[in-house]
Design a binder for this molecule. Sequence first.
Ligand code: AKB
Length: 328
Amino acid sequence: MKRILVTGALGQIGSELVAALRRRPEVELVVASDIKMMRRSAEGGADTGVGAFEYLDCTNQRRIEQVVTKHCIDTIYHLAALLSAVAEERPQVAWDVNLGGLYRVLEVARQNRCAVFFPSSIGVFGPGTPRDQTPQDTIQRPTTMYGVTKVAGELVCDYYHFRFGIDTRGLRFPGIISHVAVPGGGTTDYAVEMFYNAVRNRRYTCFLEPDTRLDMMYMPDSIKAAIEVMEADAERLVHRNAFNVTAMNFTPQELATEIREHVPNFRIEYQVDPVRQAIADSWPHSIEDSAARSEWDWDPEHDLASMTRDMLENLERKLRVAVREQGD
Ligand code: AKB
């Protein structure tokens, strides 16, 4: 039976991963942790479920050690990190949190023989990388601090595996679309914002150019990927860390067209943010994920059409409830 620690558990991925892990029969305990305190609604809510929560700053190695030993943790999903746009605003903090935090988690994992999951990103690629169908093994010269910390993170995870035998595994996530917790400070966040605004206001002002093409994935597939890669047969893994994974590919204009299938009066306009546009322009248009497919049978379930339908249904329900609660 597994005893799992999730860092950054109140973030976009963590909010859903914790609940998914808690539903798994082979998991005995999931300790959610974050530098933010959990609100009561999250504590008892259907999404995260009731369970252990620890306040945890991942730059504090002693505290990570305390939490890991207190709960006899054997697996760490280390999600705590600054996303690309925030990391560009605060590169020094991004270095400390993204890389310093990972290093400390790996050290605690080494001393306590824990497996570690590390979420990397399409942000590890840069302008010199082939931009279409970017291969698994290729040039990685990112021009953002986020990308620098993610490439270094992939390498240090490999190092801890080869040097110390730690079971480190990871994925290069594309933009992730979800309706439970909003992402904070990413470049691909426009897609999530577009959905919220389509439901609330029927209009959205997008911070990326209409034809900015990026890979994306719906949260249920991201959760499935994170769990499946950790459960994959180690004998089959050629690439341990940093598997390219993708599920769909679109531009803001194409997403708006798909949303309009369900919300006919939805209107989009563009007010480009040069910082986030430059980040997006340095990333691939599309990545190929054949290594994940052949080494651990990666197979996403959602495409643009099914994700859009499900997002709109869930957001209609969620925002209606929120409006009703405000009126109470
Ligand atoms: C971001 O936009 O920063 C993230 C990512 C693609 O890693 N969603």
